[in-house]
Design a protein around this ligand. Structure first.
Ligand code: PXG
Length: 462
Protein backbone atom coordinates (compact mmCIF):
# COMPACT_ATOMS: atom_id res chain seq x y z
CA UNK A 1 0.00 0.00 0.00
CA UNK A 2 1.44 3.37 -1.02
CA UNK A 3 1.36 6.33 1.38
CA UNK A 4 3.09 9.68 0.96
CA UNK A 5 4.75 9.53 4.35
CA UNK A 6 4.95 5.76 4.64
CA UNK A 7 2.96 5.68 7.86
CA UNK A 8 1.57 2.49 9.38
CA UNK A 9 -2.05 1.71 10.24
CA UNK A 10 -1.29 2.41 13.89
CA UNK A 11 0.21 5.81 12.96
CA UNK A 12 -2.95 6.83 11.08
CA UNK A 13 -5.13 5.62 13.94
CA UNK A 14 -3.10 7.66 16.43
CA UNK A 15 -3.15 10.85 14.30
CA UNK A 16 -6.87 10.38 13.80
CA UNK A 17 -7.67 9.68 17.45
CA UNK A 18 -5.63 12.70 18.54
CA UNK A 19 -7.06 15.22 16.09
CA UNK A 20 -10.14 14.13 14.16
CA UNK A 21 -13.74 14.58 15.30
CA UNK A 22 -15.81 12.21 13.14
CA UNK A 23 -19.33 12.93 11.82
CA UNK A 24 -22.23 11.13 13.56
CA UNK A 25 -19.78 9.38 15.87
CA UNK A 26 -19.21 8.90 19.58
CA UNK A 27 -15.57 9.91 19.21
CA UNK A 28 -14.65 8.81 22.74
CA UNK A 29 -16.01 5.32 22.10
CA UNK A 30 -14.34 5.23 18.68
CA UNK A 31 -10.95 6.15 20.09
CA UNK A 32 -11.19 3.27 22.53
CA UNK A 33 -11.76 0.93 19.56
CA UNK A 34 -9.58 2.51 16.82
CA UNK A 35 -10.67 3.56 13.34
CA UNK A 36 -10.63 1.29 10.36
CA UNK A 37 -8.33 3.01 7.84
CA UNK A 38 -9.73 2.68 4.32
CA UNK A 39 -7.01 3.03 1.72
CA UNK A 40 -8.12 1.90 -1.71
CA UNK A 41 -11.19 1.02 -3.71
CA UNK A 42 -12.10 -0.50 -7.05
CA UNK A 43 -15.55 -1.37 -8.38
CA UNK A 44 -17.61 -2.65 -5.43
CA UNK A 45 -14.50 -3.47 -3.36
CA UNK A 46 -12.66 -1.59 -0.61
CA UNK A 47 -9.32 -2.34 1.05
CA UNK A 48 -8.10 -1.05 4.41
CA UNK A 49 -4.46 -0.31 5.24
CA UNK A 50 -4.04 -3.84 6.60
CA UNK A 51 -5.10 -5.28 3.25
CA UNK A 52 -8.52 -6.52 4.42
CA UNK A 53 -11.04 -6.52 1.59
CA UNK A 54 -14.69 -5.46 1.98
CA UNK A 55 -17.62 -5.48 -0.37
CA UNK A 56 -19.01 -1.94 -0.23
CA UNK A 57 -22.67 -2.73 0.41
CA UNK A 58 -23.42 0.95 1.07
CA UNK A 59 -21.87 2.45 -2.10
CA UNK A 60 -19.73 4.69 0.07
CA UNK A 61 -22.61 6.47 1.77
CA UNK A 62 -25.44 5.71 -0.67
CA UNK A 63 -23.61 7.51 -3.47
CA UNK A 64 -21.10 5.52 -5.54
CA UNK A 65 -23.49 4.56 -8.35
CA UNK A 66 -20.81 3.67 -10.94
CA UNK A 67 -18.53 1.97 -8.41
CA UNK A 68 -15.12 3.05 -7.17
CA UNK A 69 -11.95 3.81 -9.06
CA UNK A 70 -13.17 4.84 -12.51
CA UNK A 71 -10.19 6.40 -14.26
CA UNK A 72 -12.40 8.30 -16.75
CA UNK A 73 -13.79 10.46 -13.93
CA UNK A 74 -10.33 11.16 -12.52
CA UNK A 75 -9.13 12.07 -16.02
CA UNK A 76 -12.09 14.38 -16.68
CA UNK A 77 -11.45 16.19 -13.38
CA UNK A 78 -7.73 16.39 -14.15
CA UNK A 79 -8.43 17.93 -17.57
CA UNK A 80 -10.86 20.44 -16.08
CA UNK A 81 -8.43 21.39 -13.33
CA UNK A 82 -5.72 22.18 -15.88
CA UNK A 83 -8.18 24.25 -17.93
CA UNK A 84 -10.11 26.17 -15.26
CA UNK A 85 -9.73 24.76 -11.76
CA UNK A 86 -12.08 27.30 -10.23
CA UNK A 87 -14.20 30.22 -11.08
CA UNK A 88 -17.46 31.43 -9.54
CA UNK A 89 -20.93 31.54 -11.06
CA UNK A 90 -21.92 34.84 -9.45
CA UNK A 91 -21.80 38.28 -11.15
CA UNK A 92 -23.07 37.48 -14.63
CA UNK A 93 -20.58 34.63 -15.19
CA UNK A 94 -20.79 30.96 -16.02
CA UNK A 95 -18.32 28.38 -17.34
CA UNK A 96 -18.61 25.42 -19.72
CA UNK A 97 -19.06 22.58 -17.20
CA UNK A 98 -21.79 24.40 -15.21
CA UNK A 99 -23.70 25.33 -18.36
CA UNK A 100 -23.42 21.83 -19.83
CA UNK A 101 -24.39 20.08 -16.61
CA UNK A 102 -27.43 22.34 -16.13
CA UNK A 103 -28.73 21.39 -19.56
CA UNK A 104 -28.00 17.69 -19.06
CA UNK A 105 -29.86 17.68 -15.72
CA UNK A 106 -32.87 19.34 -17.34
CA UNK A 107 -32.83 16.49 -19.87
CA UNK A 108 -32.40 13.60 -17.39
CA UNK A 109 -34.75 14.70 -14.62
CA UNK A 110 -38.54 14.27 -14.89
CA UNK A 111 -40.54 16.45 -17.24
CA UNK A 112 -41.17 19.97 -16.03
CA UNK A 113 -37.91 20.29 -14.10
CA UNK A 114 -35.71 22.47 -16.30
CA UNK A 115 -33.60 24.60 -13.98
CA UNK A 116 -30.95 23.79 -11.38
CA UNK A 117 -29.40 25.72 -8.48
CA UNK A 118 -26.00 24.19 -7.63
CA UNK A 119 -24.78 23.38 -4.13
CA UNK A 120 -21.96 21.24 -2.71
CA UNK A 121 -24.05 18.73 -0.78
CA UNK A 122 -27.52 17.45 -0.06
CA UNK A 123 -27.69 19.46 3.16
CA UNK A 124 -26.98 22.66 1.28
CA UNK A 125 -29.55 21.63 -1.32
CA UNK A 126 -32.18 21.42 1.41
CA UNK A 127 -31.10 24.72 2.93
CA UNK A 128 -31.58 26.11 -0.56
CA UNK A 129 -35.07 24.56 -0.61
CA UNK A 130 -35.84 26.28 2.70
CA UNK A 131 -34.75 29.65 1.32
CA UNK A 132 -36.25 29.26 -2.12
CA UNK A 133 -39.68 28.07 -0.93
CA UNK A 134 -40.15 31.03 1.40
CA UNK A 135 -38.88 33.44 -1.27
CA UNK A 136 -41.34 31.93 -3.77
CA UNK A 137 -44.35 32.56 -1.51
CA UNK A 138 -43.13 36.08 -0.78
CA UNK A 139 -42.99 36.77 -4.51
CA UNK A 140 -46.59 35.57 -4.78
CA UNK A 141 -47.59 37.98 -1.97
CA UNK A 142 -48.31 35.11 0.40
CA UNK A 143 -45.61 35.71 3.00
CA UNK A 144 -47.58 33.89 5.72
CA UNK A 145 -46.91 30.59 3.96
CA UNK A 146 -43.77 29.63 5.91
CA UNK A 147 -44.35 26.24 7.54
CA UNK A 148 -42.66 23.08 6.26
CA UNK A 149 -44.14 19.66 6.88
CA UNK A 150 -41.64 16.80 6.99
CA UNK A 151 -41.75 13.31 8.47
CA UNK A 152 -40.51 11.48 11.55
CA UNK A 153 -37.37 9.48 10.54
CA UNK A 154 -36.96 11.74 7.49
CA UNK A 155 -33.38 12.72 6.73
CA UNK A 156 -32.58 15.86 4.77
CA UNK A 157 -29.07 16.65 5.99
CA UNK A 158 -27.19 18.04 8.91
CA UNK A 159 -27.06 21.83 8.54
CA UNK A 160 -29.41 23.79 10.80
CA UNK A 161 -32.28 24.06 8.33
CA UNK A 162 -31.83 20.58 6.83
CA UNK A 163 -31.74 18.89 10.24
CA UNK A 164 -34.94 20.70 11.19
CA UNK A 165 -36.66 19.51 8.00
CA UNK A 166 -35.58 15.98 8.88
CA UNK A 167 -37.34 14.07 11.61
CA UNK A 168 -34.46 12.83 13.76
CA UNK A 169 -35.26 13.63 17.39
CA UNK A 170 -31.65 13.26 18.52
CA UNK A 171 -30.55 15.96 16.08
CA UNK A 172 -33.40 18.30 17.11
CA UNK A 173 -32.52 17.85 20.77
CA UNK A 174 -28.88 18.79 20.26
CA UNK A 175 -29.41 21.63 17.78
CA UNK A 176 -32.56 23.18 19.17
CA UNK A 177 -35.54 23.18 16.86
CA UNK A 178 -35.98 25.74 14.09
CA UNK A 179 -39.49 27.19 14.36
CA UNK A 180 -41.94 26.51 11.54
CA UNK A 181 -41.33 22.82 10.85
CA UNK A 182 -43.82 20.03 11.62
CA UNK A 183 -43.33 16.28 11.27
CA UNK A 184 -45.94 13.66 10.44
CA UNK A 185 -45.92 9.85 10.71
CA UNK A 186 -43.69 8.14 8.13
CA UNK A 187 -45.26 5.54 5.82
CA UNK A 188 -43.51 2.70 7.65
CA UNK A 189 -46.09 -0.02 8.12
CA UNK A 190 -43.85 -2.39 10.08
CA UNK A 191 -43.54 -0.02 13.06
CA UNK A 192 -46.53 2.29 12.68
CA UNK A 193 -49.17 0.24 10.84
CA UNK A 194 -50.95 -1.22 13.89
CA UNK A 195 -53.89 -3.39 12.86
CA UNK A 196 -54.25 -1.78 9.44
CA UNK A 197 -53.24 -3.56 6.23
CA UNK A 198 -50.27 -1.92 4.50
CA UNK A 199 -52.59 -0.38 1.90
CA UNK A 200 -54.99 1.01 4.50
CA UNK A 201 -52.06 2.36 6.47
CA UNK A 202 -50.58 4.04 3.37
CA UNK A 203 -53.76 6.06 2.90
CA UNK A 204 -53.99 6.82 6.63
CA UNK A 205 -50.38 8.06 6.78
CA UNK A 206 -50.90 10.23 3.69
CA UNK A 207 -54.10 11.69 5.13
CA UNK A 208 -52.07 12.90 8.09
CA UNK A 209 -50.64 15.47 5.70
CA UNK A 210 -54.16 16.69 4.94
CA UNK A 211 -55.11 16.77 8.61
CA UNK A 212 -51.93 18.68 9.46
CA UNK A 213 -52.37 21.27 6.69
CA UNK A 214 -55.94 21.88 7.78
CA UNK A 215 -54.92 22.17 11.42
CA UNK A 216 -52.10 24.63 10.70
CA UNK A 217 -54.10 26.50 8.07
CA UNK A 218 -53.38 26.27 4.36
CA UNK A 219 -52.37 29.96 4.41
CA UNK A 220 -49.49 29.12 6.73
CA UNK A 221 -48.11 25.99 5.06
CA UNK A 222 -45.38 26.43 2.46
CA UNK A 223 -44.31 22.92 1.47
CA UNK A 224 -44.23 19.21 2.17
CA UNK A 225 -40.77 17.65 1.97
CA UNK A 226 -40.24 13.90 1.63
CA UNK A 227 -37.83 11.32 0.27
CA UNK A 228 -39.63 9.09 -2.29
CA UNK A 229 -38.16 6.14 -0.32
CA UNK A 230 -36.78 7.10 3.08
CA UNK A 231 -33.09 6.20 3.28
CA UNK A 232 -31.17 7.07 6.43
CA UNK A 233 -34.37 6.63 8.46
CA UNK A 234 -34.15 2.90 7.71
CA UNK A 235 -35.06 2.30 4.05
CA UNK A 236 -38.76 2.86 4.66
CA UNK A 237 -40.60 1.94 1.46
CA UNK A 238 -44.12 3.39 1.34
CA UNK A 239 -47.14 1.16 0.63
CA UNK A 240 -48.43 1.48 -2.96
CA UNK A 241 -51.32 3.61 -1.77
CA UNK A 242 -49.21 6.33 -0.13
CA UNK A 243 -47.91 8.52 -2.94
CA UNK A 244 -51.14 8.63 -4.98
CA UNK A 245 -52.95 9.95 -1.90
CA UNK A 246 -50.18 12.49 -1.16
CA UNK A 247 -50.38 13.66 -4.77
CA UNK A 248 -54.13 14.13 -4.47
CA UNK A 249 -53.70 16.18 -1.29
CA UNK A 250 -50.96 18.35 -2.81
CA UNK A 251 -53.08 18.94 -5.90
CA UNK A 252 -56.07 20.04 -3.80
CA UNK A 253 -54.07 22.22 -1.39
CA UNK A 254 -51.88 25.13 -2.36
CA UNK A 255 -48.51 23.84 -1.11
CA UNK A 256 -45.27 22.90 -2.80
CA UNK A 257 -44.10 19.29 -3.01
CA UNK A 258 -40.36 18.79 -2.44
CA UNK A 259 -39.05 15.34 -3.41
CA UNK A 260 -35.65 14.86 -1.76
CA UNK A 261 -33.86 12.65 -4.29
CA UNK A 262 -30.43 12.78 -2.64
CA UNK A 263 -30.52 8.98 -2.18
CA UNK A 264 -33.24 7.91 -4.65
CA UNK A 265 -31.87 9.98 -7.52
CA UNK A 266 -29.64 8.60 -10.29
CA UNK A 267 -30.94 5.07 -10.52
CA UNK A 268 -31.24 3.82 -6.95
CA UNK A 269 -34.90 2.75 -7.23
CA UNK A 270 -34.52 1.24 -10.73
CA UNK A 271 -35.48 4.36 -12.65
CA UNK A 272 -33.49 7.56 -13.01
CA UNK A 273 -35.37 9.18 -10.12
CA UNK A 274 -37.66 8.08 -7.32
CA UNK A 275 -40.06 10.64 -8.79
CA UNK A 276 -40.13 8.50 -11.96
CA UNK A 277 -40.76 5.34 -9.93
CA UNK A 278 -43.73 6.91 -8.09
CA UNK A 279 -44.77 9.34 -10.85
CA UNK A 280 -44.33 12.37 -8.61
CA UNK A 281 -44.34 15.81 -10.15
CA UNK A 282 -42.28 17.65 -7.56
CA UNK A 283 -42.01 21.43 -7.48
CA UNK A 284 -38.48 21.20 -6.13
CA UNK A 285 -36.11 18.26 -6.23
CA UNK A 286 -32.89 18.29 -4.19
CA UNK A 287 -30.14 16.07 -5.61
CA UNK A 288 -26.54 15.19 -4.60
CA UNK A 289 -24.66 11.90 -3.94
CA UNK A 290 -25.19 9.86 -7.15
CA UNK A 291 -24.98 13.03 -9.27
CA UNK A 292 -21.19 12.65 -9.19
CA UNK A 293 -21.15 9.11 -7.73
CA UNK A 294 -19.37 10.84 -4.84
CA UNK A 295 -16.17 11.43 -6.83
CA UNK A 296 -16.35 15.11 -5.90
CA UNK A 297 -18.88 16.94 -3.70
CA UNK A 298 -21.75 18.42 -5.68
CA UNK A 299 -25.49 18.79 -5.18
CA UNK A 300 -28.28 20.96 -6.39
CA UNK A 301 -31.98 21.73 -6.41
CA UNK A 302 -33.99 21.03 -9.55
CA UNK A 303 -36.68 23.68 -9.93
CA UNK A 304 -39.99 23.02 -11.71
CA UNK A 305 -41.15 25.43 -14.39
CA UNK A 306 -44.06 26.69 -12.32
CA UNK A 307 -41.64 27.74 -9.56
CA UNK A 308 -38.94 28.99 -11.95
CA UNK A 309 -41.55 31.08 -13.77
CA UNK A 310 -42.18 32.99 -10.54
CA UNK A 311 -38.60 33.23 -9.30
CA UNK A 312 -37.13 34.10 -12.67
CA UNK A 313 -40.24 35.65 -14.21
CA UNK A 314 -40.81 38.22 -11.48
CA UNK A 315 -37.20 39.38 -11.49
CA UNK A 316 -35.24 40.51 -8.43
CA UNK A 317 -32.17 39.05 -6.79
CA UNK A 318 -32.32 35.79 -4.78
CA UNK A 319 -29.87 36.48 -1.96
CA UNK A 320 -28.43 32.98 -1.81
CA UNK A 321 -25.41 31.08 -3.09
CA UNK A 322 -22.16 29.35 -2.26
CA UNK A 323 -18.58 30.11 -3.30
CA UNK A 324 -18.48 26.68 -4.86
CA UNK A 325 -21.97 26.62 -6.44
CA UNK A 326 -21.30 24.85 -9.74
CA UNK A 327 -17.62 24.24 -9.03
CA UNK A 328 -16.02 23.45 -12.42
CA UNK A 329 -14.14 20.33 -11.30
CA UNK A 330 -17.20 18.97 -9.47
CA UNK A 331 -19.38 19.65 -12.53
CA UNK A 332 -16.80 17.85 -14.70
CA UNK A 333 -16.96 14.84 -12.36
CA UNK A 334 -20.76 14.85 -12.55
CA UNK A 335 -20.76 15.16 -16.34
CA UNK A 336 -18.39 12.21 -16.72
CA UNK A 337 -20.32 10.15 -14.17
CA UNK A 338 -23.56 10.79 -16.05
CA UNK A 339 -21.89 9.99 -19.39
CA UNK A 340 -20.80 6.63 -17.96
CA UNK A 341 -24.25 5.96 -16.49
CA UNK A 342 -25.92 6.65 -19.83
CA UNK A 343 -23.44 4.93 -22.13
CA UNK A 344 -23.10 1.85 -19.93
CA UNK A 345 -26.85 1.75 -19.29
CA UNK A 346 -26.38 1.59 -15.53
CA UNK A 347 -30.03 2.32 -14.71
CA UNK A 348 -31.18 -0.39 -17.14
CA UNK A 349 -28.72 -2.77 -15.46
CA UNK A 350 -30.39 -2.05 -12.11
CA UNK A 351 -33.91 -2.51 -13.45
CA UNK A 352 -33.33 -5.55 -15.67
CA UNK A 353 -30.47 -7.45 -14.01
CA UNK A 354 -29.20 -6.46 -10.59
CA UNK A 355 -32.42 -5.52 -8.76
CA UNK A 356 -34.46 -8.58 -9.77
CA UNK A 357 -31.50 -10.81 -8.91
CA UNK A 358 -30.92 -9.20 -5.48
CA UNK A 359 -34.64 -9.13 -4.74
CA UNK A 360 -34.80 -12.90 -5.16
CA UNK A 361 -31.95 -13.26 -2.64
CA UNK A 362 -33.75 -10.82 -0.36
CA UNK A 363 -36.90 -12.93 -0.40
CA UNK A 364 -34.83 -15.92 0.76
CA UNK A 365 -33.04 -13.91 3.46
CA UNK A 366 -36.49 -12.87 4.67
CA UNK A 367 -37.06 -16.50 5.69
CA UNK A 368 -34.23 -16.35 8.25
CA UNK A 369 -35.58 -16.68 11.84
CA UNK A 370 -34.03 -13.31 12.79
CA UNK A 371 -35.66 -11.36 9.94
CA UNK A 372 -39.13 -9.90 10.58
CA UNK A 373 -39.35 -8.08 7.28
CA UNK A 374 -37.15 -8.03 4.17
CA UNK A 375 -37.98 -5.00 2.07
CA UNK A 376 -36.33 -3.74 -1.08
CA UNK A 377 -36.90 -1.54 -4.10
CA UNK A 378 -34.37 -1.18 -6.90
CA UNK A 379 -31.00 -1.65 -5.21
CA UNK A 380 -31.87 -0.39 -1.73
CA UNK A 381 -33.18 -2.64 1.01
CA UNK A 382 -33.46 -3.44 4.67
CA UNK A 383 -33.71 -6.51 6.89
CA UNK A 384 -35.71 -5.79 10.03
CA UNK A 385 -34.27 -7.89 12.90
CA UNK A 386 -36.76 -9.19 15.46
CA UNK A 387 -36.55 -11.60 18.43
CA UNK A 388 -39.65 -13.66 17.60
CA UNK A 389 -41.08 -13.52 14.11
CA UNK A 390 -43.74 -13.18 12.80
CA UNK A 391 -44.61 -10.74 15.62
CA UNK A 392 -44.17 -7.09 14.66
CA UNK A 393 -44.81 -5.94 18.19
CA UNK A 394 -41.84 -7.61 19.86
CA UNK A 395 -38.57 -5.74 19.35
CA UNK A 396 -35.11 -5.97 20.86
CA UNK A 397 -34.28 -3.67 23.78
CA UNK A 398 -32.64 -1.26 23.87
CA UNK A 399 -33.31 -0.31 20.26
CA UNK A 400 -30.17 -0.23 18.13
CA UNK A 401 -27.96 -2.57 20.12
CA UNK A 402 -28.71 -5.68 18.08
CA UNK A 403 -28.41 -3.71 14.86
CA UNK A 404 -24.91 -2.67 15.89
CA UNK A 405 -23.95 -6.25 16.80
CA UNK A 406 -25.10 -7.42 13.37
CA UNK A 407 -23.34 -4.51 11.62
CA UNK A 408 -20.07 -5.41 13.35
CA UNK A 409 -20.39 -9.07 12.30
CA UNK A 410 -21.02 -7.86 8.76
CA UNK A 411 -17.72 -5.94 8.73
CA UNK A 412 -15.93 -8.96 10.20
CA UNK A 413 -17.42 -11.05 7.39
CA UNK A 414 -16.09 -8.64 4.75
CA UNK A 415 -19.25 -6.72 3.94
CA UNK A 416 -20.06 -3.08 4.72
CA UNK A 417 -23.68 -2.78 5.78
CA UNK A 418 -25.26 0.01 7.79
CA UNK A 419 -27.53 -0.49 10.80
CA UNK A 420 -30.49 1.80 11.41
CA UNK A 421 -32.10 1.02 14.74
CA UNK A 422 -32.40 -2.81 14.42
CA UNK A 423 -32.52 -2.97 10.65
CA UNK A 424 -29.59 -3.92 8.43
CA UNK A 425 -29.39 -1.69 5.38
CA UNK A 426 -27.93 -2.32 1.97
CA UNK A 427 -27.44 0.13 -0.92
CA UNK A 428 -24.63 -1.24 -3.10
CA UNK A 429 -23.02 0.38 -6.15
CA UNK A 430 -25.49 0.17 -9.05
CA UNK A 431 -22.94 -1.63 -11.23
CA UNK A 432 -22.84 -4.67 -8.92
CA UNK A 433 -22.87 -7.94 -10.92
CA UNK A 434 -24.87 -11.11 -10.20
CA UNK A 435 -21.64 -12.87 -9.10
CA UNK A 436 -20.94 -10.07 -6.61
CA UNK A 437 -24.55 -10.24 -5.44
CA UNK A 438 -24.07 -13.99 -4.80
CA UNK A 439 -21.04 -13.18 -2.68
CA UNK A 440 -22.88 -10.42 -0.84
CA UNK A 441 -25.87 -12.64 -0.09
CA UNK A 442 -23.57 -15.33 1.35
CA UNK A 443 -21.95 -12.77 3.64
CA UNK A 444 -25.35 -11.47 4.77
CA UNK A 445 -26.56 -14.98 5.56
CA UNK A 446 -23.43 -15.64 7.59
CA UNK A 447 -23.90 -12.30 9.38
CA UNK A 448 -27.48 -13.24 10.32
CA UNK A 449 -26.32 -16.67 11.57
CA UNK A 450 -23.45 -15.13 13.59
CA UNK A 451 -25.79 -12.53 15.08
CA UNK A 452 -28.41 -15.11 16.02
CA UNK A 453 -25.78 -17.35 17.65
CA UNK A 454 -24.53 -14.38 19.67
CA UNK A 455 -28.07 -13.39 20.73
CA UNK A 456 -28.81 -16.95 21.83
CA UNK A 457 -25.56 -16.95 23.82
CA UNK A 458 -26.68 -13.70 25.47
CA UNK A 459 -30.11 -15.21 26.18
CA UNK A 460 -31.86 -12.55 24.09
CA UNK A 461 -33.37 -15.04 21.69
CA UNK A 462 -35.00 -18.40 22.31
N1 PXG B 1 -31.14 14.24 1.84
C1 PXG B 1 -31.10 12.91 1.94
C2 PXG B 1 -32.30 12.11 1.53
C3 PXG B 1 -29.95 12.28 2.41
O1 PXG B 1 -29.91 10.94 2.50
C4 PXG B 1 -28.93 14.45 2.65
C5 PXG B 1 -30.10 15.00 2.17
C6 PXG B 1 -27.79 15.35 3.00
O2 PXG B 1 -26.77 15.23 2.08
P1 PXG B 1 -25.26 15.61 2.49
O3 PXG B 1 -24.57 15.53 1.17
O4 PXG B 1 -25.26 16.98 3.02
O5 PXG B 1 -24.80 14.62 3.51
C7 PXG B 1 -28.82 13.06 2.75
C8 PXG B 1 -27.55 12.46 3.26
C9 PXG B 1 -26.52 7.65 6.93
C10 PXG B 1 -26.22 8.94 6.27
O6 PXG B 1 -25.94 7.42 8.00
C11 PXG B 1 -27.04 9.40 5.27
C12 PXG B 1 -26.76 10.63 4.68
C13 PXG B 1 -25.64 11.35 5.08
C14 PXG B 1 -24.83 10.86 6.09
C15 PXG B 1 -25.11 9.66 6.69
O7 PXG B 1 -27.31 6.86 6.43
N2 PXG B 1 -27.63 11.12 3.73
Amino acid sequence: MHHARNLSTADFQRLDADHHIHPFTDTKALNEEKSRVMAKADGVWLWDTDGNRYLDGMAGLWCTQIGHGRREVADAVHRQMLELEYYNTFFKTTHPPAAELSALLAELTPEGLNHVFFTNSGSEANDTVFRMVRYYWQLLDKPSKQIFIGRVHGYHGSTVAASALGGMAGMHNQAGMVPGVHHITPPHWFDFGGDMSPDEFGVWAAKELERTIDELGEDNVAAFIAEPVMGAGGVLIPPETYWPEIKRICAEREILLVADEVICGFGRTGKWFGSDTYDLKPDLMPIAKGLSSGYLPIGGVMVADRVADVIIGKGGEFYHGYTYSGHPAACAAALENLRIMREEKVVEHVADVAAPYLQEKWRKLGEHPLVGEARMIGLVGALELVPAKPSRAERFEPVGEVGTIARDFSFANGLVMRAVRDALIISPPLVITPEEIDEMARMIEKTLDDTMAELKKQGRMA
